[in-house]
Design a protein around this ligand. Structure first.
Ligand code: PLP
Length: 384
């Protein structure tokens, strides 16, 4: 295998072809996006600061004020080094390419956000799947993980809170997971894109660093409502970071100083930026829960513990792909077919945005699924 043969991301292909035409978009994994003017009112950022910015190159690891803001919020004990990246997508890519070699064994959650497995496969590493069981509402089974681990495992890759299911870990489970991975000398790669969107259980993220070897990636795209700013980061052991820099020199070199300036102000005012979006997500999660509870014969919903995506199943619809295509084409309602995550009997629904749109999108989805189930039109294609 080589990066040239990396497989297409079914999720991105699905969204790329429909995202800009949707009238009701309940497909995403983010919250309502912020405007620049809103950020100026919520943070210390001013339009004068923006006007005074000169477009010098930024340092490879990121502007120092932003690196400090990342460490203060996500690694206050300074156990690892931060690197600013183009979304967490770049952080994940660089970390995996820097860490892994062909033939090495890597344990990866399933279902999983495509980057976390496709890059591993393209490198030629061998994936051992740690499945989240739909029958257990996708709750992570740490005994099962323990049974998959042995000293030959190079890395364990997880994402909690989890996209698409909303599964999460409590503190004791997190500590056990770290202990298990460390016990076999593997590196833990923890995708924390949704770390600040949790309900009830805390879903602490592990402390990054060299001992145990833990890489944590994060993003302004989800809880912060800034997917277009393309700012993410990773906190990694210094030796791994040096290898990531070597690779980055041929890919993106550095981030934009404009985006870094905005990102610094945002992280320094994080609670004010995330707070309203988390409150909306809580309200919408309740709406989603009631929608499912009102029609138990049709919808079975693992209630998300974190993130803003849910992964319900619809009784009598073995493959939702055709229905999702119809929703998009006929009603311009956008959801994501579960086939994009290897579970064709499910649909990913994003609940981080406008409540009225969510209610309308859920109603349209349930209505179509119900009519399909009644007419027993269950034969869809499972590629999305
Ligand atoms: C679990 C997860 N990780 C990482 C990403 C990448 O996000 P970004 O590159 O915008 O930070 C996403 C985006 O949907 C995601 O869902």
């Amino acid at each position: 295998m080589s990066l040239k043969t990396i497989k297409a991301s079914a999720l991105e292909d699905w969204l790329r072809h429909r995202y800009f035409d949707a009238k009701i978009d309940i497909s995403g994994s983010g919250v309502q996006d912020y405007s620049l003017a809103e950020l100026v009112s919520l943070t210390s950022l001013t339009f004068e600061d923006l006007g005074a910015l000169v477009f010098h190159d930024s340092p490879t690891l990121g502007a120092e004020p932003l690196r400090a803001a990342i460490s203060d919020r996500f690694d206050p004990r300074r156990l690892a080094e931060p690197m600013v990246t183009h979304g967490s997508t770049e952080a994940i890519f660089l970390a995996l390419v820097a860490l892994l070699s062909p033939g090495e064994e890597v344990v990866v959650l399933s279902p999983v956000y495509p980057s976390l497995s496709a890059v591993v496969e393209a490198i030629g590493a061998k994936i051992t799947v740690w499945p989240l069981d739909p029958a257990a509402d996708f709750a992570p089974d740490l005994d099962l993980l323990a049974s998959l681990l042995h000293p030959g495992v190079r890395a364990v890759i997880v994402n909690f809170p989890h996209n698409p299911t909303g599964a999460s870990l409590d503190d004791a489970q997190l500590d056990r997971l770290v202990e298990l991975v460390d016990g076999v000398g593997a590196t833990l790669i923890w995708d924390a894109a949704f770390a600040e969107l949790t309900y009830g259980t805390s879903c602490r993220q592990p402390e990054p660093g060299s001992d145990p070897r833990i890489v944590v990636t994060g993003s302004l795209s989800k809880a912060y409502g800034l997917p277009g700013i393309r700012i993410g980061w990773c906190l990694a052991p210094p030796d791994l970071l040096a290898d990531m820099v070597r690779i980055r020199d041929y890919v993106t070199l550095a981030a934009s100083p404009l985006n870094e300036m905005i990102a610094t102000a945002v992280l320094r005012a994080a609670d004010r930026v995330v707070g309203p979006r988390l409150a909306k997500a809580r309200e919408n999660r309740e709406l989603l829960r009631r929608w499912a509870a009102d029609q138990p014969e049709l919808v079975s919903l693992p209630v998300p513990h974190g993130g803003v995506s849910a992964f319900p199943r619809f009784t009598g619809v073995a493959d939702t792909t055709d229905a999702c295509i119809r929703l998009a084409d006929e009603q311009r309602v956008l959801v994501v077919p579960g086939a994009c995550f290897g579970h064709p009997d499910r649909v990913r629904i994003g609940f981080g945005n406008d409540s009225d749109a969510l209610a309308a999108g859920l109603a349209a989805t349930a209505q179509l699924m119900s009519s399909i189930a009644q007419n027993d039109h269950t034969t869809g294609t499972s590629s999305c």
